[in-house]
Design a protein around this ligand. Structure first.
Ligand SMILES: [Zn+2]
Length: 484
């Protein structure tokens, strides 16, 4: 991208995994329920109702902030953000403005794009979600919009980064890392398709080398990693053309349209004063005592980056395997249960079977790792057979498939399918002798130093063994015979 540098900051809304809403006792499972079946007088803005703060929402919000290295404010304040729109029956949203509950955090990008780069987190605040508008276009009778308030009042945290991101790939890496951390601590499922994690990006361009920020556009509706990357790449080109023509970029909110792969102007950007923020008189300031915060911090599980480093150290895994295995907490748990107490070669084989065979089947059946149809101890036993030379890696895949479909212990399945690899020296030498006798020309070639002949001889001996010979040992014996 010659000439201009992209400057991006993200605002990510995450739905907290509480049972009930932020200020009332309505359940939060409304996305799967009939419209307006998860509502009460409070979350539909009836007069005379008073909000009561959900303690577990606050705890999940604090843990999110602690996992992102933020400072928790000893006192934060709920504010009313006023705007008039049908999805918001009170005509204000309860949010936090001047005094959010967390500030000054950071997140480190993992291997891949800009590894080790710290992206600063400016603030995190708690707020309630709005309802959902359903637009029924078509017949005259249905030519209206409907409102479903099930989502209204569901707890969200908004995580605001500094404008530290410099490319679509870096931004996607930030979002993926953020999602992993939030899922690890159980604060949210972060299912982007279900709207449990929503992302807006502020993007501006400036001449490469400049430190002055350009005018930014806010892009809304970025609901997948793909959308984030595509929208930023597109918006870069749009702003570049404007700047190249000598015109100015307008400060506005734009909507990403994944079908047209383009952004379109939505509205000119509101200023904060348009929202007439003021402290909510119905809610006391939120006090975060040091003891409570420390207790929540102590309850945090090992985070993905630390776990990645530990798995590499403890089990000798490569960077890629460690990355894949720690991408979900349940998958990392599965690996540790499979590999614990086994020798490094078996642990590596287990890592490989999990990252390829197991993950492919979990994805195909939309299962979490803790619902895998092979228990981790049996997968570990299978890896042991490979590490001992009793099973080839191809045989391990066949056994894995059979265990996934029909269950059973690794050793029994391998025996029942006749997959055991033969490493017995006498038996291997008999196959080699027969193969050499049947292929005198190949043997002569090998003796003459033409090493291509080795493959043909190993193949011939393997065929005689009906695929059961240990190929590495066959290789050794044939080379030894050629030297004799
Ligand atoms: Zn309610």
């Amino acid at each position: 991208m010659p000439g201009y540098e992209m400057v991006v900051g993200l605002e990510v809304h995450v739905q907290l995994a509480t049972k009930t809403k932020l200020f009332c006792a309505c359940p939060t499972d409304g996305s799967a329920a009939p419209p307006n079946s998860r509502i009460c007088p409070l979350c539909t803005g009836q007069p005379g109702t008073l909000p009561v703060l959900n303690r577990s929402a606050v705890e999940l919000a604090f843990q999110t902030a602690l996992a992102l290295n933020c400072q928790i404010a000893p006192v934060s304040v709920f504010a009313r953000k006023s705007y008039f729109y049908p999805d918001l029956p009170k005509a204000y949203q309860i949010s936090q403005y001047e005094r959010p509950f967390a500030t000054d955090g950071w997140l480190e990008l993992p291997a891949g794009e800009a590894p080790g780069k710290r992206i600063r987190i400016r603030r995190i605040h708690l707020e309630e979600d709005a309802g959902k508008l359903l637009h029924a276009a078509g017949s005259r009778e249905l030519d209206c919009s409907w409102i479903d308030f099930n989502r209204g009042g569901v707890p969200l945290v908004e995580i605001v980064s500094e404008a530290d991101l410099r490319s679509p790939e870096e931004t996607a890496s930030y979002l993926k890392t953020l999602k992993e951390i939030v899922q690890y601590i159980g604060a949210s499922r972060c299912d982007m398709e279900k709207g449990e994690m929503r992302c807006d990006a502020n993007i501006s361009l400036r001449p490469a080398g400049s430190t002055v920020l350009g005018t930014r556009a806010e892009i809304k509706n970025l609901n997948s990693l793909r959308a984030v990357k595509d929208a930023l790449a597109h918006e870069f080109q749009r702003q570049k053309q404007i700047l190249d023509s000598g015109a100015r970029v307008a400060q506005e909110t734009r909507l990403w349209d994944p079908d047209r792969t383009a952004t379109a102007a939505m509205r000119s950007k509101e200023e904060a004063e348009d929202y007439r923020y003021f402290p909510d008189p119905d809610l006391p300031p939120l006090a975060a005592g040091a003891a409570w915060v420390n207790e929540l911090k102590a309850k945090l599980p090992e985070l993905p980056a630390a776990r990645r480093a530990r798995l590499r150290k403890d089990f000798g895994l490569g960077a890629t395997d460690a990355e894949v295995l720690t991408s979900q907490r349940a998958l990392a748990d599965y690996f540790e249960a499979a590999a614990r107490g086994r020798r490094p070669p078996a642990a590596k084989t287990a890592a490989n079977l999990i990252a390829t065979e197991l993950l492919a089947r979990l994805n195909a059946e939309s299962l979490a790792a803790d619902c895998a149809r092979i228990n981790p101890a049996e997968l570990g036993a299978l890896a042991d057979l490979v590490a001992d030379g009793a099973l080839s890696s191809r045989g391990a895949k066949t056994a894995f498939a059979a265990m996934w479909e029909g269950g059973g212990a690794a050793a029994e399945v391998v025996a029942a399918l006749g997959l055991a690899q033969v490493s017995d020296d006498g038996q291997l030498r008999a196959w080699v002798a027969a193969a050499l006798a049947a292929n005198p020309q190949a043997l002569a070639d090998l003796k003459a130093g033409r090493s291509q002949a080795l493959g043909a001889l190993v193949g011939a001996a393997m065929k005689l063994s009906r695929g059961k010979a240990n190929p590495e040992l066959l290789n050794c014996i044939i080379r030894e015979s050629a030297r004799a």
